[in-house]
Write a protein that binds this ligand. Structure first.
Ligand SMILES: [Zn+2]
Length: 104
C-alpha cells in the first residue's frame, strides 16, 4: 500500500516511522502501538483507540479515567519515552480499585 504520511508538530513523518504512545492519567507513558506495519495502519487517534481497546466500553472507561494517546516519531519516542520506567505516581501495582478511587 502507498506510504502514509502524517504531520506532527508541522513535520511530515511516514506513518510507519511513528508510534502511538499511551499515557496514564498522571502523564506517564505506559504503552506503545506502532502506527503502521504490514497492511495495518492507525492513522487517527480513534483508529488507535479501537486497535488497543476493541470494546467501546473499554475505550470509554480508559478515556474517562484520563488515559491519552499521542502520536510521535520513533526518534522522538526513543529519545523521550521510557516505557520501562516505573510510574512514580502509583503506589505499588495499580489495581482497578485504585484507578476507580483516583477517578472518584
Ligand atoms: Zn505516573
Amino acid at each position: 500500500m502507498p506510504e502514509l504520511k502524517v504531520e506532527i508538530d508541522s513535520e511530515l513523518h511516514a506513518l510507519s516511522n511513528c508510534t502511538w504512545i499511551t499515557y496514564r492519567p498522571c502523564g506517564c507513558a505506559c504503552g506503545a502501538l506502532t502506527a503502521a506495519f504490514g497492511d495495518e495502519a492507525f492513522a487517527t487517534e480513534q483508529q488507535a483507540w479501537q486497535e488497543l481497546f476493541p470494546l467501546k466500553r473499554e475505550r470509554d472507561k480508559y478515556q474517562r479515567q484520563g488515559y491519552r494517546l499521542r502520536l510521535m516519531s520513533w526518534d522522538r519516542y526513543l529519545a523521550e519515552v521510557d516505557l520501562a520506567a516505573k510510574c512514580p505516581h502509583a503506589k505499588g501495582e495499580t489495581t482497578q480499585q485504585t484507578l476507580d478511587a483516583a477517578n472518584a
